[in-house]
Design a protein. Structure first.
Lengths: 901, 123
């Protein structure tokens, strides 16, 4: 009780500071006057009386200090005082402050930038209350370690009904539809998510307008044509009209009634997609573009995302145990579909990493590099503080001598460090913003609202502040503790306050050597990456990107059947071919590097191939193409033939595979004439008729992967892409080709109208440039900071030796000797750091292979040219950094130097 | 140096608090100067009080709610802060008085003549 009342009194005192201060003064004055009066009464003269009163009272200042320390809540009160004092100290030495603050701004800003990238790609929590409790549940097999964790609807229902670990399990799946606000308008491509009815309540999301889905809308397939709009879409398309509820809109031609609008800030449970609408999962069969699939009844159609909200107090491992039991039961009950299937649970972060391991690895690397830059920056500030220590040693000694506690002085020094760090952190936000601007260049070329949103938001600011505070401790604590440990008398007596403590200089030399070494590694990584990426861009994706225009069609959005769609595609291709300026036209199901029209997997079972236990098939990526695809994209056929017009629906089924796939399943054999089954082990046989060169399919950095091509007439698709080759500028083909489509069917939505050049630039060149640019910037920052550190140390050491240099010159040393002497001191450090850095870089080159499979250049070789490049750059830079202070030292006037001090 | 001084004040402070509590109990509400005078008078100047140290002690006792301070007019119509004992202060006084008596009687026993039996056990 007593502790608490004291604390309360102190906190109260904080707000009454001025009044309490006045009262104390009054009290002291009263005391002194009373004493003086008594003294006079005892026979002293007034002057004596006052002096005697003061004497018997004791030191007023010391007493007031003690009083104040006890009066108010101590830390906050003195922190304000420390900050004010720290600010004065900073303004007193602007050179020091500027370099320290800028160093930290760079170091902290680099981390802010990398954090904003990591946040956009991996870390940002789901936009729901208590996002940490939301887990991903899905079906997996022992061989699947990465990729999406999904489940089929029947499996979802079983897990939902049996599991007791969750407050609720929700299911959802993407739906791309042709959306029309009224029956007459041309439908536009929109993306929504079909959700189980418990989706909004379990996620704790309240609709902004209207209602969410009702439990009974979760029962009958295809019955409840109700719809909720995404907030962004509602504002863009309907101007935020609150009377929207009850309005009828059309999805793929089916009339839906709007019942509600999702709240602002909620964009769905996919981190990259901002969904336009939400519809009941029961509408899945009717909105599915492939009518052959019964998504709600097929236990091995695993295309559903499942998220569960964990009950309070239930752990991840308890959940996993429970799910394993359920999986075993399901396996027993449905051996045909669930053999070797396990149920796995992942946290959101685990799930995001598993979906994109290369990005996670890249971000981990960037975080390490930014951390290294921060280290170099902190080392700079620590060095500066150390060289300032002698200057301040006397001030600190005086403060200690007149009674400041050691902890109080340390706290003062740490406050100063924190002040520097926080100012650096605020400026660092500028550097972070530059990073965010850089990242924003890499937007995804997609018509649908799929974006990676790089933000310099509150989270990034909090991270900057934390990094700043951590760095303040990193660079400020050791010098602060050391400078209060000095022997007071020695410091006060010394003519030269810095003459003690040569060890301090050695500590700083190590620090600078380390800075050089780290900056060498940073530069080496930058060089490996830059040169490697250039090499990748030079060798290209393996197909041509010039003079090509793409546009995609999805006739199923206007309720065309597959045969109708097929006919439409053929018609478009044929008429497009006759457009002047078009030299070639091809139809394909997807294009390389596509975003929302990328390749999808085709399940194959190669003949005679022994799969490892637990798997019966493989699922390489594949494309359905016509007979012009290989020529139009410049994909050379290594063996056999491409597709022909005669590879029609009723002709024998054929395929073209790439070299990688052929080597995988038929090593050292001629793949032509080999067969595989498609879909599953009972699927139809397909014969390989051609062998294509392996190219890049999803990203330029991907390792070579298996790929299969099937004739689009033998495997009809609901949506196709038209690729037209032009003689001149491909974008000039847009108006005539749009005209062609309108001439066939005015209602057909056209999307993704883009040149292949643009697509390649946005999906490859820009990304590689941004990544290598970022890494190069980190390398240059590291080197710049290290040079400042080296310069500072050499200049400092030389200035400390002014007297010695004067003596040397007085007894006959020439300017060159002095120059050489000081330069040598700097160079020893630089060379030491360089040597260590180069050795470390050799190791780092290895590690880079885990981030970029096949190395940054893709050929698996270490870039040996990078080493001399980096060495020469660092050597030249460090020579310069040491030369200027050395030259200044050599110009010392011996007489002046000796008179000095 | 810093530490040694701190220890000294602490010892003094514990006693000082007891003296202040006792003074206020005996004389009722009193201002700081009055308390200081009273302590000096009673101790007949044997206990030399550095008067300034009284005020941090008063602050602490106020914070602990053993005493309360109120501004009022002094005998010469000057504004002064008068301190008076609270119920908690009375309790504290009783406790500290007990403590003090226990300690002083223990020390007295130590400082008195050494008992016969004990002397023989010593080597």
């Amino acid at each position: 009780v007593s502790r608490r009342s004291v604390l309360a009194a102190r906190i109260r005192a904080l707000f009454l500071r001025n009044r309490l201060e006045r009262e104390l003064d009054d009290e002291i004055r009263f005391h002194l006057e009373m004493q003086a009066d008594d003294n006079i009464r005892a026979g002293m003269d007034p002057r004596q009386a006052n002096q005697a009163a003061a004497r018997s009272f004791g030191g007023v200042a010391t007493m007031k200090e003690t009083y104040r320390e006890r009066q108010a809540f101590h830390p906050i009160d003195t922190v304000a005082q420390d900050v004010r004092y720290g600010w004065r100290m900073m303004r007193k030495s602007p050179g020091f402050s500027t370099i320290a603050v800028l160093s930290l701004a760079i170091g902290i800003g680099a981390n802010t930038a990398v954090f904003s990238a990591a946040d956009a790609q991996l870390l940002r929590p789901l936009p729901v209350p208590r996002p940490g409790d939301v887990l991903t549940v899905g079906s997996t097999s022992p061989l699947e370690r990465f990729g999406n964790l999904r489940a089929s609807y029947p499996d979802y229902v079983d897990v939902r009904d049996r599991s007791t670990s969750f407050e609720g399990l929700v299911a959802f799946t993407n739906a791309v539809v042709g959306f029309a606000s009224d029956p007459d308008s041309v439908p536009k491509l929109k993306i929504g998510t079909l959700v189980s009815a418990n989706f909004f309540p379990v996620m704790g999301v309240e609709p902004e307008v209207g209602r969410a889905f009702r439990p009974e809308e979760d029962h009958v397939p295809g019955r409840d044509t109700v719809l909720m709009l995404g907030h962004d879409f509602w504002e863009q398309q309907f101007g935020g009209d609150r009377s929207i509820v009850g309005r009828t809109v059309r999805l793929n031609g089916i009339a839906f009634t709007v019942v509600g609008v999702a709240p602002a800030g909620f964009t769905g449970l996919d981190q990259f997609t901002r969904y336009d609408f939400y519809a009941p999962l029961m509408m899945w069969p009717r909105l599915m573009t492939d009518p052959g699939i019964r998504p709600l009844d097929t236990r091995d159609f695993r295309n559903l995302d499942v998220r569960g909200r964990l009950k309070p107090g239930v752990t991840l491992s308890q959940t996993q145990t429970e799910l394993s039991v359920i999986a075993t039961d399901l396996e027993r009950a449905y051996p045909n579909t669930n053999r070797n299937r396990r149920l796995a649970v992942r946290t959101e972060l685990q799930n995001r990493i598993a979906q994109n391991p290369p990005t996670a690895a890249l971000l981990a690397m960037l975080t390490l590099l930014a951390g290294a830059v921060l280290f170099v920056a902190c080392a700079n500030v620590a060095g500066l503080l150390t060289s300032r220590a002698p200057v301040r040693a006397r001030e600190i000694a005086v403060r200690l001598a007149i009674g400041a506690g050691r902890r109080r002085v340390i706290r003062q020094l740490i406050t100063e460090s924190t002040l520097i760090a926080v100012i650096g952190g605020v400026l660092g936000l500028g550097v972070g913003y530059a990073g965010v601007t850089l990242f924003r260049q890499t937007q995804l070329p997609a018509d649908l609202p799929i974006t990676v949103s790089y933000e310099l938001d509150r989270r990034a600011m909090v991270v900057s502040l934390l990094v700043a505070l951590a760095s303040a401790v990193l660079f400020g604590l050791a010098p602060a503790i050391r400078s209060t440990r000095a022997d007071l008398t020695a410091v006060m007596k010394a003519t030269d306050p810095a003459s003690y403590g040569w060890r301090r200089r050695w500590g700083r030399a190590w620090l600078v050597g380390g800075q050089v070494a780290v900056s060498v590694v940073l530069l080496a990584v930058a060089t490996f990456t830059y040169r490697g990426f250039q090499q990748r861009l030079r060798s290209g994706p393996g197909y041509r990107t010039d003079h090509l225009l793409m546009m995609s069609f999805n006739p199923s959005l206007v309720r065309d059947t597959l045969p109708q769609a097929q006919q439409f595609f053929e018609q478009v291709a044929e008429r497009a071919r006759r457009v002047p300026g078009v030299t070639s036209v091809t139809l394909v199901s997807a294009v390389p590097m596509g975003v929302d029209y990328g390749f999808s997997p085709v399940t194959i079972v190669p003949e005679g191939f022994q799969f490892p236990a637990g798997t019966e098939s493989a699922a390489p990526l594949g494309a359905m193409a016509d007979e012009h695809y290989f020529d139009t994209l410049g994909l050379s056929m290594l063996k056999g033939r491409g597709f022909l017009v005669t590879d029609s629906a009723d002709a024998p089924k054929v395929a073209v595979v790439n070299q990688q796939l052929a080597q995988h399943y038929w090593p050292a054999q001629d793949p032509i004439g080999k067969r595989f089954r498609v879909n599953d082990s009972r699927g139809p046989w397909v014969e390989i008729v051609g062998l294509a060169k392996t190219s890049k399919y999803t990203f330029i950095m991907e390792p070579p992967q298996d790929f299969v091509y099937l004739p689009f007439r033998q495997r009809p698709q609901p949506r196709m892409i038209l690729l037209a080759e032009s003689a001149g500028d491909p974008s000039a083909l847009v108006p005539p080709l749009r005209e062609v489509v309108r001439g066939i069917d005015a209602n057909q939505p056209i999307s993704n109208v883009r040149t292949m050049e643009d697509l390649y630039r946005m999906r490859t060149v820009l990304i590689l440039n941004v990544v290598s640019g970022l890494i190069a910037a980190l390398g240059i920052m590291g080197l710049g900071l290290a040079i400042v550190g080296l310069y500072g140390l050499v200049a400092y050491a030389a200035s400390r030796r002014t007297k010695e240099i004067g003596i040397r010159m007085a007894i006959g040393a020439g300017r060159r000797d002095v120059l050489r002497m000081v330069l040598r001191q700097g160079l020893v450090l630089a060379l030491g750091g360089l040597g260590v850095g180069l050795l470390a870089s050799a190791g780092v080159a290895r590690a880079l292979d885990t981030v970029f499979p096949g190395g940054p250049g893709g050929d698996g070789r270490t870039d040996v040219v990078a080493f001399p490049l980096v060495a020469a750059t660092v050597l030249a830079a460090t020579l310069l950094a040491a030369y200027f202070p050395a030259r200044r030292a050599s110009r010392v006037n011996p007489t002046e130097a000796l008179r000095y001090e | 140096m810093d530490n040694r001084r701190a220890e000294k004040t602490d010892v003094l402070q514990g006693t000082l608090i007891l003296l202040v509590l006792r003074t206020l109990e005996a004389l009722g509400p009193l201002h700081g100067y009055g308390i200081a005078r009273r302590i000096e008078q009673i101790s007949q100047d044997l206990l030399h009080l550095n008067q300034g140290t009284l005020y941090p002690a008063l602050l602490r006792m106020e914070q602990e709610q053993w005493i309360t301070g109120k501004w009022g007019a002094s005998e010469k119509h000057r504004k002064a802060k008068f301190y008076s004992l609270t119920a908690a202060g009375r309790k504290q006084l009783a406790k500290e008085t007990g403590d003090w008596q226990r300690i002083s009687s223990t020390i007295e026993r130590f400082l008195g003549p050494i008992p016969e039996g004990l002397r023989e056990e010593l080597p």
